[in-house]
Design a protein around this ligand. Sequence first.
Ligand SMILES: O=C(O)CCC(=O)C(=O)O
Length: 286
Amino acid sequence: MPKLSSEKIDQFNRDGYMFLENAIDADVLVKLKAEFDQWKEESREHTKAYGNTYDNRPRFDVEPGHSATHPALRRIASPIEISKLYLQVMRNNPALDAVEDLLGPNLKFNNSKINSKQPGAATQVKFHQDFLFEPRTNDDMITVLFFLDDLTPENGPLELIPGTHKGPLYEHWHNGVYTGAVAPEVMAEKKTQSVPCFGKAGSACLMHSSVLHGSGPNLSDKARTLFICEYVAEDSYPLQVNHIPSKYMEEIVRGEFTSRVRCSEYDMAFPEVPTGASFFEQQAKM
Ligand SMILES: O=C(O)CCC(=O)C(=O)O
């Protein structure tokens, strides 16, 4: 059953994002927060980034100034690989119904992370477009940012520039280096049009892959933690290595494979994804 009204869908298509209440069930939210608090406690034992991901990078990242007395855990790559609950939420949650309304019935998972800003955290996320991190054969990709805490004007909420998903895609390379951000002059111009997205814990912001967004420092005494999952339409294929690879990437989370014939390189890259029909099996369906 559709979750979104046609007004909401029109608003998403116009602005490139939407706010959704009750994107996580209340009892699940409490448990997700408790697991994050546990990871934060463990971070006290570390002085720099630690842990190990699918592609051998540190899973846990801490802010400059992090210490045992002032833990400042700021990022966890693919929490779904170390928590059954986060995996379960990634695979099924009320926001996925909305993604289905926006992208269609067949959906795949792309990547996930936690971004946290502890009270007073200086970390800022410079303005960028997710599609530049994850170019694909089509841009049917939605990032769902689940609020694990209340997002307020003071604690570094997400800021978005409505309508920028319609183009252009801005350069994220500067002086020969991929910076993952737009040029300072683009940022200065666009910042004046930015709209914050805040709301109660358990809500979410659903963002089109090309909408320009970023966020400022946490100027408050309250944490701001987001569980972020990217979903793509089943007929969208990666043109670049996933920037947060995980063993679950390309997993079907809604609907089904449409049995397109796939190249062997794709099958080698995603061995856990079921193989589509062969050429003749496919044509025999006609
Ligand atoms: O944590 C935030 O405020 C923004 C998240 C984001 O855009 C990102 O990590 O790509």
